[in-house]
Write a protein that binds this ligand. Sequence first.
Ligand SMILES: Nc1ncnc2c1ncn2[C@@H]1O[C@H](COP(=O)(O)OP(=O)(O)O)[C@@H](O)[C@H]1O
Ligand SMILES: [Mg+2]
Length: 412
Amino acid sequence: MLLQRVTFIHPVIRIGFCISFSWRAVVDRLLTKYGVIVGGRSSTHSYTSQLIIGINNKLGKSETLPSPRSEGDILSSLNLKAFTYNELKNATRNFRSDGLIGEGGFGYVHKGWINDHSLAPTNPASGMVVAVKKLKPEGFQGHKEWLSEVNYLGQLHHPNLVKLFGYCLDGDNRLLVYEYMPKGSLENHLFRRGTQPLPWSTRIKVAIGAARGLTFLHDSKPQVIYRDFKASNILLDSDFNAKLSDFGLAKAGPTGDRSHVSTQVLGTQGYAAPEYIATGWLTARCDVYSFGVVLLELLSGRRVVDKTKSGVEQNLVEWAKPYLGDRRKLFRIMDTKLEGQYPQRAAYTAAILALQCISEAKFRPHMSEVLTTLEQLLVPRSSRPTTPSPSASPSDTTFRPSKKSQKGQDHQ
Ligand SMILES: Nc1ncnc2c1ncn2[C@@H]1O[C@H](COP(=O)(O)OP(=O)(O)O)[C@@H](O)[C@H]1O
Ligand SMILES: [Mg+2]
């Protein structure tokens, strides 16, 4: 397997990441064709890295939607609390290291406590728990992402989007204050060693919650494209209700008769749709592709890019694709941590759905259709109006692989 470390210098941000062979080919093509600048953001808690591929060419500057409002307009119009840096220092007990609950590409996330009425900082005994994200001082890109989160989460309210209480813009400091999500990110539950494996029904519940969040964004007027859908950006409350967080890369969708928005390519390796990487043309279907990738992660319990594996197994999409449409072979890619405890028919329906989501853009379903299919999986078969998947598939019983097939699974 060919791996290459690539580090380019972006005018405002300098970072590096590892790319796999196929990604290298894409990047090489972009370099030759458009002359791109590639950077990435990585985190200690994530194996994947965020791509920042700026395309300096004729592509779409005129088509890029201008920011509709100035920073001052955005901040003053929103019903959010403006915290001072000192208030958040107090709320997090000076950003104590034992209160660090997460790290993404752009920020460290700390546990904090505020009063649930006044939102003033308080002590752990009496306050409401919040999550405080402090952006690493990384210049313009960080500020842009911070403002994007304030802008979108300040305006969009839905049970499947994380709630933003306020922000802090104090000198060079940029912070965000969110509702605390006690079960952390889906990434931690799927991939972190030592965590209890998620049962099948919880995986479907999480997929449905996340699909509701994305459907809401895509159906909003104007449409919002999330652009960074991945397991680490899906947060879970105490009942495993999923909420989307991290709106740093969100972007207004195309308006009028435009089919897409032309943008700098931003996203995360493995989750970003191939046509978007190749052209910079962003549509809601790019989110559908990323959703398909997360659905695959839920089914297989594997990361989309896993450098600890060898050959085709490093790339979940390439590895899993041949098995998704084959009922008899599907068990080979299912998470062994499920120990066969999943309804076979529902798993097959979910696998077909994932396959549709990662197919060529024009064949991908809309998020509302994805949501309907997933919701059907939780309805008992007897009360379903129609059969969800074509086929004479076997009965909807828990699949327990035979000793022989279980062995086969180990070798896949
Ligand atoms: N509201 C929250 N409650 C609990 N954990 C959170 C919360 N927000 C973020 N985290 C944790 O911090 C990680 C990084 O947060 P994220 O918003 O994705 O930051 P970044 O913009 O830097 O990627 C998440 O994957 C999650 O583990
Ligand atoms: Mg993130």
